[in-house]
Ligand binder design. Structure first.
Ligand SMILES: *Cc1c(COP(=O)(O)O)cnc(C)c1O
Length: 362
C-alpha cells in the first residue's frame, strides 16, 4: 500500500509544526531527570494554572463520564459579561488555534488569498497549506507587522488578513493608531483576524472588542497564556453574531472538553493570579533586558511573556542549552536562524537560563 499516492496531493505538502520540546522527551534523550529540566520554550505561564481553576477542574472530573456542554452555557455567559458583549458574540475552540481552523472552513476556498506577516505566528501559514489557499507573506518592518504594506497586499481574492498583536515570536505590537487606521480602511470583502493571545499583558490594549462588534473583525483569545491552561486546550473568538453563527456550523459538537470549560470559567474569576502573572512577567523581561545587554547580545523589546535574542547560530545554542537542561525555541522555522526565543519563567528559571547561556557562549 502506498499511502502518499492515495492521499490528497496538497496534504503531502503541509509543513510539519515543530512545537517546543516536552520536558519528558528531553529528559529521556539527555539522560537527565525531568525535575532538572527547565522549559522556557512555549510561552506557558511560569506560575502554573490558577489555583481556582485547579479546584474547579478537580470537581469537574467527577462528571468525566458525561459529554461536555457543547454550547458552553456557563462560560459563555460569564465571559460575555466580563467582556461587555452578548453571549452570541462568542465561539469556543479547543485552543484558539481551532478557531483559526473554523475561520478557514467557513471563509477560505482553494485559490483564495490570505495575507499574513512573514514573521507572524506560523500556524496561519500552515492553515493556508491545509486549505489550499495562497498565503501572501508581507515582510515585517523592525520585527513588527507593516500594516501599510499589508493593506497594499489585499487583493479582490483576499479573504482573511491575520495580525497577531502582540505577535509571537517577535513579542512586538502594532501601535493602536496604526491598527485603528487599518481597521477603518478594511475593504468589505476582507475579514481581519486579530490574534490577541497575549493581549492581557498590555497596559494600553487597543479597543479591539469595539472593532469586533462594529467591523469585519474577528478576535482570537486564549486561556493558554495569561491564565495558564495551555494543556487544557481552550480559546475563543469574538465577532458579530452572523459571523459566529457560521463558525458554529463548522465546529464539532463537543470540541471543548468539560474540564477545560470548568477551568476557564474559574480562571476568569481569579484576578489575583492574572495580576501576579503580569508582575512576574514584567520583572522577567526587565531581567532579560539587563542580562542580554550585559552580555552584549542583541534583543527585541517585548510586550508579551517571551523575548527574542540574537545568538549567532540559534540551532547550536539551542542544542547546547538543552544539554544544560534548559529548553528554549530555535527560530529557523521563522527564517530567523540567528535568533532564539525564550519564555519568561520564575526568577530562578530565568537565572538558570542566563547562567547556561553564559557558559554556552564562552
Ligand atoms: C500561543 C498562541 C496562540 C494560542 O494557541 P492556543 O491554541 O489557544 O493554545 C494563538 N496565537 C498566538 C500568536 C500564540 O502565540
Amino acid at each position: 500500500m502506498n499511502f502518499p499516492t492515495l492521499a490528497n496531493k496538497y496534504v503531502c505538502d503541509i509543513p510539519v509544526y515543530e512545537p517546543g520540546r516536552p520536558i519528558e522527551e528531553v529528559a529521556r534523550e539527555m539522560g537527565l531527570k525531568p525535575a532538572g529540566i527547565t522549559k522556557l520554550a512555549s510561552n506557558e505561564n511560569a506560575l502554573g494554572a490558577s489555583p481556582k481553576a485547579l479546584a474547579a477542574m478537580r470537581a469537574a472530573l467527577k462528571s468525566a463520564h458525561l459529554y461536555p456542554d457543547g454550547g458552553a452555557f456557563y462560560l459563555r455567559h460569564v465571559l460575555a459579561k466580563k467582556l461587555g458583549v452578548e453571549p452570541g458574540n462568542l465561539v469556543f475552540g479547543s485552543g484558539s488555534n481551532e478557531v483559526i481552523e473554523f475561520l478557514f472552513h467557513a471563509f477560505v476556498a482553494p485559490g483564495d488569498e490570505v495575507v499574513v506577516g512573514d514573521c507572524a505566528f506560523v500556524i496561519y501559514k500552515f492553515m493556508c497549506a491545509m486549505f489550499q489557499a495562497r498565503c501572501v507573506e508581507v515582510p515585517f518592518q523592525n520585527f513588527t507587522h507593516d500594516l501599510r504594506a499589508m493593506r497594499v497586499a489585499i487583493s479582490p481574492k483576499t479573504k482573511l488578513v491575520f495580525i497577531a498583536n502582540p505577535n509571537n515570536p517577535t513579542g512586538t505590537r502594532v501601535p493602536n493608531a496604526e491598527l485603528d487606521w487599518f481597521i477603518r480602511n478594511l475593504p468589505p470583502h476582507v475579514i481581519c483576524v486579530l490574534d490577541e493571545a497575549y493581549i492581557e499583558f498590555l497596559d494600553d490594549p487597543p479597543p479591539s472588542i469595539r472593532y469586533a462588534l462594529n467591523h469585519n473583525v474577528v478576535l482570537l483569545r486564549t486561556f493558554s497564556k495569561i491564565v495558564g491552561l495551555a494543556g487544557l486546550r481552550i480559546g475563543y473568538g469574538v465577532a458579530q453574531p452572523d459571523c459566529i453563527k457560521l463558525l458554529e456550523r463548522v465546529r464539532q459538537p463537543f470540541n471543548v472538553n468539560a474540564v477545560a470549560l470548568a477551568g476557564a470559567q474559574a480562571a476568569l474569576g481569579d484576578a489575583a493570579h492574572i495580576r501576579k502573572t503580569k508582575t512576574l512577567t514584567k520583572r522577567g523581561l526587565r531581567y532579560f533586558e539587563r542580562e542580554f545587554t550585559r552580555l552584549g547580545l542583541e534583543w527585541v523589546p517585548s510586550v508579551a511573556n517571551f523575548m527574542l535574542v540574537r545568538l549567532g547560530d540559534g540551532d547550536r545554542v539551542f542544542r547546547g542549552l538543552q544539554q544544560r537542561g534548559v529548553i528554549v525555541r530555535p527560530m529557523r522555522g521563522y527564517k530567523l536562524p540567528e535568533w532564539v526565543r525564550v519564555t519568561v519563567g520564575l526568577p530562578a528559571e530565568n537565572e538558570k537560563f542566563i547562567g547556561a547561556l553564559q557558559e554556552e557562549l564562552r
